[in-house]
Design a protein around this ligand. Sequence first.
Ligand code: DLZ
Length: 152
Amino acid sequence: MSGAGAPKIQVDGTGLRVTVVAASWHTAVMDGLLAGTRRALAEAGVRSVTEVRVPGSFELPVAAARAAETGADAVVALGVVIRGGTPHFDYVCSAATHGLTDVSTRTGVPVGFGLLTCDTEEQALDRAGLPGSGEDKGAEAAEAAIATVLAL
Ligand code: DLZ
């Protein structure tokens, strides 16, 4: 993990079934998040990985719920929302965040939170785990989800 106060997490996910639910807006950033998640899951030894693509971040909770209710040990949710000129940003961010929280607490299946909520595309690219990015939020979300499964 990166950022002030972030822990160093090393996880062994051997034997876990992980579903990655990923939105499709902001392709370049999503490509980076997905690559980081795949890399982190592979490094953790996770061999059962299912990927589900949905249109936007608003649709992440229903996909996460389906995964959690049908056998996934952990879910990693990835999306990018960039602030625009209307309140739409706040509604999508709020719905996705509350929806994903509800899925994890209701089902007991950890959901890694890889939803970037940024003012600009530059901010999102800097967190996407791409060459030159400062942070890799896709990898962080995967590590957090696995670490939480192992902790419970
Ligand atoms: C409509 C919309 C807008 C304006 N912006 C984003 C965004 O930045 N990131 C994202 O993941 N999705 C966006 N969406 C789409 C909504 O999440 C949703 O897919 C649509 O409202 C259809 O339900």
